[in-house]
Design a binder for this molecule. Sequence first.
Ligand SMILES: Nc1ncnc2c1ncn2[C@@H]1O[C@H](COP(=O)(O)OP(=O)(O)OP(=O)(O)O)[C@@H](O)[C@H]1O
Length: 582
Amino acid sequence: MSVASVALCPLLEGSLNFSGMDSRRYLPQSSDSITIYLSVAGSVVPMRIMASDSIASVKLRIQSVKGFFVKKQKLVFDGRELARYSSCVRDYGVEDGNVLHLVLRLSDLQAITVRTVCGKKFAFNVEKNKNVGYVKQQIAEKGQNYVDLKDQELVCDGEELEDRRLIKDICKNNDGVIILLIRKSAKLRAKPIEKNFQLTIDALDLHEIADRKGGHHWNDQVITCDPQADFLFEPLSDGSRHIKGYAILEKLVASTFQGLERGNPPLRSSEGTGGAYFMQDKSGQEYVSVFKPLDEEPKAVNNPRGLPVSVDGQGMKRGTRVGEGAFREVAAYILDHPCSDLLDDVSIGFAGVPPTVMVRCLHRDFNYPEGFKFSSSNIKIGSLQMFVKNIGSCEDMGPRAFPVEEVHKISVLDIRLANADRHGGNILISKNNLDGRIVLTPIDHGYCLPENFEDCTFEWLYWPQARQPYSSRTIDYIMSLDAEKDIQLLKLNGWELPMECARTLRISTMLLKKGAQRKLTPFTIGSMMCRETLKKESVIEQIVKEAEQASLPGTSEEAFLESVSVIMDYYLDVLVDSNEGR
Ligand SMILES: Nc1ncnc2c1ncn2[C@@H]1O[C@H](COP(=O)(O)OP(=O)(O)OP(=O)(O)O)[C@@H](O)[C@H]1O
């Protein structure tokens, strides 16, 4: 159900009481009506709702009173995200007097419009942690006449901006678009030629600029801790040698190291429920990677968003465990095999998961609630993923413009890995440099390969591309998948999948292959993996349940999977027959 289609309950509209006043005294009571307490950014505010209200309507009300957009809100109760918009608050076990955590996903990007004196406009999305010098570089790349950075003067509200001013400081009170003015866009020289003047604009050729920027000088040396340094950074083990794209991971690690070595600190993202840090290159002008430490995951001890620590080790999605997110991030990269027709670049797989590796890092700018000490106990282990330049995420744009094959590649990944966290914010949008086509990059795989299918959710199910059939290229790729080999590959790379997660991978790969064989669409296959409502089990859960009931105690995993296969065939054939009968 779309958020827009959910009407607010008229009785309660406006009753969200953020001032602390007890609205129970002033509103008609109903047996369904409850008061919940929203814990947001250190304060607790009461809110009157109906237990039968949908999550969407509660979020809409928060939006209408506080102005936080629905898509930027995450509601967490009892360590679980209330992720299904159409489910009732009651379905999640929320009762009168309960505290819900509201995590706001503030954007890291700021929209900026640069206007020249001649009225030419450039629009950018710039990370808020970037400075004015970086914006100048972007202008230089966009406009031939502005290539010499020294000639650019950027002005905002009448004030000239210094290169080191951060965008977030300039845009402090302004969430919208800011207008910058280029006073002097390029060196103009006038030379008298007979009776006229020849006007020269001093601008370098864009290719020259690109060459000058020159890429990074990758460091092939083994990276170790420098005793004089105030940080530590190294890959976790050389197990990564088995990973595809080893060379690219080595470069990723080296460029991140160089950034830290030059004193460019990790910058914490304002988005996300866990600690995610943008790591800078040696120039301090570019992000090269994103580091997500295990101990800052949602519900982990050092989570920077104030989410309560897990008491039973359960992660925020059912079937996942706190402190395993980074392994899952790396697993998603390892298992995203390249397509056989693109084997010249084995570092990027079919779905385009950015290269990801496990690292250890120590730096004072991470979250240390107990205080930072340069000691081994403060070393953080986590996933390091290549930073992908983007113009936003799928949350910022309607899906119609996304190429079908871009959506399909993500559907293949999510179905295979039974992803429990595929919302639009976890798909980045970029444009291909050559033809301007939209490229989608899947990120945030910390909730892949769960122990069960309960929380599988796929945003793309509701996109029109999901109802189109897979191409023969995609079907060939799907048919080449082998869950047993995948499990061995992860083991080789140091992660022995827990038995339940290995079973998930086997069953979801089986479903994907059987569905593709029958020419089913991503929508049909994906719908079998997702619950329609919180309480109603998905088809895949029913299949697993039936197979469990049919198996005798002590049945081998192989025999169990054989029975899953038979039951799955039955469900799929019924589905195909009913589709054909229409
Ligand atoms: N590889 C990447 N390239 C560019 N930006 C990234 C990358 N990985 C993460 N980000 C950005 O970092 C921020 C936080 O990352 P992410 O959403 O993965 O964190 P999280 O805490 O796991 O989030 P969630 O609450 O959605 O589970 C987001 O703005 C995201 O777009």
